[in-house]
Ligand binder design. Structure first.
Ligand SMILES: Nc1ncnc2c1ncn2[C@@H]1O[C@H](COP(=O)(O)OP(=O)(O)OP(=O)(O)O)[C@@H](O)[C@H]1O
Length: 316
């Protein structure tokens, strides 16, 4: 059977904004050739630091912004010239929610549901996302996390085939985050194409089937989390983190093959093909100086390392 085309295909997307007064009225190019695709039944994550171009890419993909170059196909159509039929097949959760402040949450959700021919049962969705706890106060009185959950419900109630979620876990407490993550996994299992942006590497690592890393308006890396974090050069790439007194400089010749950094005062990271002998060297060095770390942890190479390797800086 032929493979169905991706739900979203973006090729060489260019976007200019302006004219910008601070730049003497010149245009500013914020997307310089973003290419990506998102499959059905998969969570595709756009990852990047603030200002990398994630939201602008999503806005072009949704048809909210017109591409200045390249192509965007959403469910086979140009989203900027979208027909109502296309819009009904797409769910969108914007970063700031775009929710009307004086409306009550459940009334809004029922209103949005009434615009679709076959919506999800509103009560069950509201209960699932815990909206019934605050369903009858006006939206302006909701916390950031409550607004996020309502915005997510509005994006999903029309049974979309593709759903765009811009920073879906921003402002959520740990319990709400778990609920939202479970829901996202169910959407994937139901065959939806889920496309989300985040600058939280932990979220990307937990949810993503496929990751695109954006930097300066370009896609600079892509792959599954496993492929991106697989060691390119040597087996056993690991990172060892420890907390100790600030300002410790481990002599480079003690562990020459490991990259070391002090993220924040007293927060150390050693990265590389780490062996038990390295850990023993380090422990002896600590012991000789009377250093006892207050915390130690070890993990495989993470997306954060990938990001650091690519951009030379931390994503946060
Ligand atoms: N309307 C606009 N006019 C001028 N510049 C803009 C406009 N919208 C966005 N930009 C710029 O485009 C760049 C990309 O912004 P975008 O919001 O897409 O990034 P992002 O990766 O989503 O960032 P964040 O994580 O902060 O949401 C930024 O430098 C931003 O200042």
């Amino acid at each position: 059977m032929p493979t169905p085309p991706p739900a979203l295909e973006i090729d060489g997307l260019i976007k200019d904004f302006g004219p910008v007064g601070a730049l003497d009225g010149r245009m500013v190019r914020v997307l310089e050739g973003v290419s990506l695709s998102a499959e059905r039944g998969a969570v595709t994550v756009l990852l990047g630091a603030n200002g990398a171009g994630k939201t602008t890419t999503l806005e072009c993909a949704q048809g909210l912004q017109r591409a200045d170059g390249g192509t965007v196909r959403l469910l086979g159509e140009d989203p900027y010239r979208a027909t109502p039929h296309l819009r009904a097949r797409v769910g969108v959760m914007l970063q700031d929610g775009g929710l009307p402040p004086s409306v009550r949450p459940l009334a809004l959700l029922k209103h949005v549901a009434s615009m679709y021919s076959s919506p999800l049962p509103v009560d069950a969705l509201a209960e699932r996302l815990g909206l019934d706890e605050f369903g009858t106060v006006s939206i302006r009185r909701l916390s950031g996390g409550q607004k996020q959950r309502l915005a997510l419900a509005c994006a999903l109630v029309g049974r979309p085939e593709v759903v765009f979620l811009d920073e879906p876990s921003a402002g959520l407490d740990p319990q709400s985050r778990t609920i939202v993550f479970e829901l996202i996994r169910e959407l994937r299992a139901d065959g939806l194409a889920v496309i989300l942006t985040t600058h939280l590497l932990d979220d990307a690592q937990k949810l993503a089937d496929y990751v695109y890393i954006l930097e300066g308006g370009r896609t600079v890396a892509e792959g599954t989390v496993a492929a991106l974090t697989a060691d390119q050069d040597a087996d056993g790439m690991r990172e060892l983190r420890f907390e100790a007194v600030p300002g410790l400089t481990i002599p480079p010749d003690l562990l020459p093959h490991l990259h070391q950094r002090e993220d924040e005062p007293g927060q150390y990271v050693l990265r590389g093909a780490l062996t038990a002998a390295d850990i023993a060297h380090l422990a002896r060095w600590w012991d000789a100086r009377g250093v006892m770390p207050t915390a130690i942890s070890m993990a495989p190479r993470s997306l954060e390392d990938v990001f650091l390797d690519i951009s030379g800086r931390s994503i946060r």
